[in-house]
Design a protein around this ligand. Structure first.
Ligand code: GLN
Length: 394
């Protein structure tokens, strides 16, 4: 058999998505891959039903249907603090996954360096490798997941072409503050670096924290590619609708890449999504209220079980510290992946091992999400009580 490419040897499949397959096989409660188990807004699914009869069913304009780009431009304008041109500055993609890939392929040459905060969403590493680029990691240090701006500057001094910023951050739930973003912006401008920002959790954020889009900071619009998605905001992860916003010159490159990568996002789903993009501001405050409630149900439950965890400022992820369990004789020398596989099978709750997100040698954290119906979260907590009981026995 002829040899396959070197690049596919450089990364594994996604552990997040692998855990979903393991969870399904064990019929566990899947708190690994982050997606809701509740339906999308009814207005959205009602529109989709009409579109089944009326269309469109053929390709949209490659860059996204005009009305969809217009709706995205209007929705995103306030966060980006500018009027966005639907004609020149918006691209509709197959999820933010494709948006990120388009951004990376547009700015990176093989051999370029890309700065990435660690922990990071695992796609970024694969995206970097697929572009032939090389990552430089900057740690976000727990418990507050702060970064050392000296280390960021060092990464830029090493000639980084771009910084990947996930804000709010998956998996650590950090919402970058104005001051942190200003520090990043100042360095990005000084060293002339692109910022590729993934803002898919912009609306899943907990008071008093607020989402600030880095593209809205002075001098940043010109060098920022903002990737976003409808998946989390409208509970439609399976629709695979995302978008990218960038200044026209950068957008030209992104559109070319997209044109040959996927041709376009599904047109019936784009058309339906216009309904959601026009939702009033109350939709977003209700979404925030919903997740604030779920966060407190789940985190209070973990507290009652004495399971140590971080408190996310945003996103629907929580990192649990499993050090105490790894100290038990039955788990000694286990990896976090082995622990997650065991937990899926024997506790009935699936999580993602923290090592898939950290560059540092982290083996004591696992990520769970709480985008689940309350009854499911309560059942997951009942199952996790069996985990706590293991410590009590000691
Ligand atoms: N962002 C989600 C997570 O981190 C998953 C997204 C995906 O699998 N495409 O779990």
């Amino acid at each position: 058999m002829p040899q396959m490419s070197n690049r596919i040897q450089l990364f594994t499949d996604s552990v997040i998505r692998r855990m979903t397959r393991i969870s399904d096989a064990c019929q566990a409660i899947n708190l690994s891959q982050g997606f809701p188990d509740f339906p999308p807004p009814k207005a959205l699914t009602d529109t989709l039903k009409q579109i089944a009869d009326n269309g469109p069913h053929q390709y949209s304009v490659t860059y996204g249907a005009d009305n969809v780009r217009e709706a995205i431009a209007q929705k995103a304008g306030p966060a980006l603090k500018r009027s966005i041109s639907a004609a020149d500055e918006v691209l509709v993609t197959c999820g933010s996954t494709e948006a990120m890939m388009c951004a990376m392929m547009t700015v990176c040459n093989p051999g370029d360096k890309v700065a990435i905060f660690s922990p990071f969403y695992e796609n970024y590493m694969a995206d970097t490798i697929l572009c032939g680029a090389e990552p430089i990691f900057i740690p976000l240090v727990p418990p507050a997941y702060q970064f050392d701006s000296g280390l960021l500057e060092q990464a830029f001094q090493q000639g980084a072409k771009a910084l990947i910023l996930c804000n709010p951050s998956n998996p650590c739930g950090k919402a970058f503050t104005q001051q942190e973003l200003e520090q990043i912006a100042a360095l990005a401008i000084q060293y002339d670096i692109f910022v590729i920002t993934d803002e898919v959790y912009e609306h899943i954020i907990y008071a008093p924290h607020q989402h600030i889009a880095i593209a809205s900071l002075p001098g940043m619009w010109e060098r920022t590619i903002t990737c976003n998605s409808l998946s989390k905001t409208y509970s439609i992860t399976g629709w695979r609708l995302g978008y990218l916003i960038a200044p026209a010159t950068v957008m030209d490159g992104c559109r070319k890449v997209h044109d040959f990568l996927t041709v376009g996002a599904p047109s019936p789903l784009q058309e339906a999504a216009v309904t959601a993009l026009h939702f009033p501001p109350s939709y977003y405050t209700d979404l925030q209220r919903l997740y604030t409630h779920k966060r407190s149900v789940f985190l209070n439950g973990l507290d009652q079980l004495h399971i140590p965890h971080n408190t996310p400022e945003a996103t629907y992820y929580v990192l649990i510290d499993i050090s105490a369990w790894l100290n038990l004789p039955q788990f000694s020398h286990w990896s976090d992946l082995e622990f997650c596989e065991w937990m899926t099978e024997h506790i009935g709750v699936a999580a993602v091992p923290g090592s898939s997100f950290f560059r540092e040698p982290v083996n004591h954290l696992i990520r769970l999400h709480f985008a689940r119906a309350d009854a499911t979260l309560e059942e997951a907590l009942r199952r996790l009580a069996k985990l706590s009981a293991l410590l009590e026995k000691e």
